[in-house]
Design a binder for this molecule. Structure first.
Ligand code: NAD
Length: 327
């Protein structure tokens, strides 16, 4: 077999494998492999597709935002798509990210660094200050209407401090303590355990009974204002506005002028992540200025003005053999 045919075969193999992992992770909430393994396979596929663009298919995992709309909920079309993020795995990737931005814009920029909370992305709509809709990311274009479940999360205000129209994006997560308690209870009842807090949060948000959601102590941090009053040019200042309106934002957000400082922040949180009461799987780095974000634009799957620095794997998770929907 020649190199070209071998690479084509590997592309097909990777695609099939990643499709399977996506389904178990996003739909069944039962991952088959560690995230770092998934990320490496995706990286390999991306590199091969860069080499052979003629082999890219529209359904390739590199072209789509993971996730699928489950039955049982109404669907919601996102006015602004909920995208994925490009990954950085080391210092070099972060420097390349900054250099690409400097080259495109012809100037330096401020970077906002946020903890990458390991939960589930949600989009909330408030009208006149009242929560009217909560949705999952789904496939990025269409998500599930989980308004009743969102209303059962105490950290999310039903009413904002001011009667404004707003759309915000954030992450719903399960604190480590709640996860341990939930799994202990499930173990005692002989029910299947959740693999990690992210899977527990995802499984909980997809419950058809909001009372169960209310009993499981989920929390949330918001990290993006999509539409809202007095939108300024600074992402950081917009996050501050979200907070003043009553939505929780993470306390460790920082802003830096130099990519070297961003790298130090990533290293610090890699060392200190275990001290947090919730799980994080990396750091999200964003260009602070919204007008510069606009100039940089998007690829099919992710913004060019943000990147997710992924921590190296922390511990192995056991391979889940019996696949059943954990509820
Ligand atoms: P992603 O998790 O790398 O990044 C995008 C997501 O980050 C957003 O949707 C949002 O939910 C989240 N996020 C958290 N904090 C944020 C912040 N401050 N600002 C912006 N976003 C923030 O990409 P993805 O497309 O959601 O999913 C890929 C992830 O799923 C990877 O971590 C991958 O390893 C994992 N995955 C694992 C398997 C598996 O089998 N283990 C399968 C599929 C996907």
């Amino acid at each position: 077999m020649d190199k070209n045919t071998m690479d084509k075969k590997r592309i097909e193999e990777l695609r099939e494998l990643l499709h399977k992992y996506d389904y178990h992770y996003h739909v069944l909430d039962q991952p088959l492999v560690e995230d770092s393994t998934y990320d490496l396979l995706l990286k390999e596929l991306k590199e091969l597709e860069d080499k052979y663009p003629e082999f890219i298919t529209p359904d390739s995992p590199t072209q789509r935002v993971g996730g699928q709309v489950l039955q049982g909920f109404k669907t919601v079309t996102h006015k602004t798509p909920m995208l994925s993020l490009n990954n950085a795995f080391n210092e070099g990737d972060l420097k390349d990210f900054a250099n690409r931005i400097y080259k495109t814009l012809g100037e330096k920029v401020k970077f906002v660094c946020e903890l990458k909370i390991d939960g589930l992305a949600v989009s909330l709509i408030y009208q006149g200050g009242i929560l009217v809709q909560g949705a999952t990311r789904g496939d990025g274009e269409t998500g599930e209407d989980i308004t009743q479940n969102i209303k059962a999360i105490k950290a999310i205000p039903l009413k904002l401090q001011r009667p404004v129209d707003l759309e915000v994006r954030g992450e719903v997560y399960m604190p480590k303590k709640s996860f341990e308690l939930l799994n202990r209870e499930r173990g005692e009842k002989g029910e299947p355990l959740f693999a990690n807090p992210r899977n527990a949060a995802a499984g909980t948000l997809r419950q058809l009974d909001p009372k169960i959601v209310g009993s499981r102590n989920l929390a949330a941090f918001f990290y993006g204002l999509v539409e809202g009053p007095d939108l300024g040019d600074s992402h950081l200042e917009n996050l501050q506005k979200i907070k003043e309106l009553g939505l929780p934002i993470n306390p460790y957000i920082a802003v830096f002028d130099e990519i070297e400082e961003v790298i130090k922040y990533c290293q610090r949180w890699h060392e200190e992540r275990n001290s947090l009461p919730y799980e994080i799987d990396g750091i999200v780095v964003k260009v602070d200025s919204l007008s510069r974000q606009q100039k940089l634009g998007f690829t099919a799957k992710s913004p060019r003005w943000a990147i997710a620095y992924k921590f190296p794997a922390q511990r192995a998770i056991s391979v889940v053999k019996d696949i059943e929907l954990t509820v």
